[in-house]
Design a binder for this molecule. Sequence first.
Ligand code: AMP
Length: 436
Amino acid sequence: MQKVAIQIRENMSFEKLNLSNEILKSVKKEGYTEPTPVQMQTIPMILALRDVFATAQTGTGKTAAFVLPILQNLGKKSKRKDSKDSPRALILVPTRELAIQVHNFVKTYGSNLSLKSTVIYGGVSENTQKEELEKKPQIVVATTGRLIEHINSGSIKLDEVEVLVLDEADRILDMGFSKEIQEIISRLPKKRQNLMFSATQNEAVKKLANAILVQAVKVKITRENRTSLNVKQSVIPVVSEQKMELLSHLIGIRNQQVMVFARTKLQAEELVKHLKLDGLKTVSIHGDKTQAARLKALNSFKEKTAKVLVATDVASRGIDIELLPLVINFELPDNPQDYVHRIGRTGRAGESGEAISLICKDEFFRLKSVENLIKEKLEQNPMDGYEHEMGKRPTHDNITDEMRNNAKKSQKKPYIKKETRSRTGKKRKTTKRDSR
Ligand code: AMP
């Protein structure tokens, strides 16, 4: 593969990228003043119909990097007859959220062109999507599983696809869709343009790239598995019993919108319950939620009616929330690459952001894997009033009177209903041990 050698010039403009007036108008309407590095490097290559293999994190503007030139290429060629059953561009993405988001960008950036598009993803009825496919869209954005279902039921053909995009290819592979990708590729014409985007890289991604890309231009925006430089990262060591309390405390003192990551659906629901008790308007998205419920949650977070969005890793990709200032990892993920994706929710498109991970002793090994992956040691900032076991553990010699008193207080006493104030200052009714 060939590495692209484009000099990143100061004040590079979209006009210099040879984009058409129709595209330039929509870019301007979005308020973009100059292309991001991934856009500078990939747009000319895609316009020249080259295959591209780009390593770019989410938040770098990678969606526009492929959507803008694809729209221009498709719009330029003579209109094809409406009788064709196959789209001309197929964009494969890992999650429903990303599918909707990418499709929204296709509609926004293509608002001055007459190219029909649609989006297909699982978790909702196939019939409405079939009706949309019957309108012969030229661009289809799809998640892998649902696309296979439409192929099998005969509602889509792929024999006229001119350009294939694998967006967040590493994630599609992580989700176990390797076979399905092969199946989809076997339905495509041999002669086509292939574009692969991946935030992180591993052997499986490289293998797939070697299998499908032809003389591709390789574009690398950041070091592999590198987290965004705009995100201030830190770790707060804390004992597991105090994690919930610390979470409410942090959200309370920050008074900012925050996205909180949990490792499991169960954990996510527990967090929602706890934060709601603390008076924080909290919504959640995870695999057990219906598509409608996920969209509702996401919209109330985007409209800023909800202050906290709790999510699992399923949802960690493909969410674009403008100016999200803070991400809190309630627990570190099992897969260290998910850490990179999680914190990519903040510090997007040049804005600064912050990512805080709450770590207890049992998670130390996860912290090590994250640090090994990102080749960076994360700053540990213990917080006053919160115990941790990362360094010195209490021994008989260093146990203080306060610790002894706390231990006495926590000895079993009958439960009574009490009204307490949470760390955020809101009243909450809770069941407490009687302190009499
Ligand atoms: P992405 O990496 O595609 O998820 O894009 C992240 C965010 O960057 C989105 O909110 C885009 O609207 C925004 N964006 C994309 N290109 C530009 C640009 N050239 N200037 C400013 N913002 C951009």
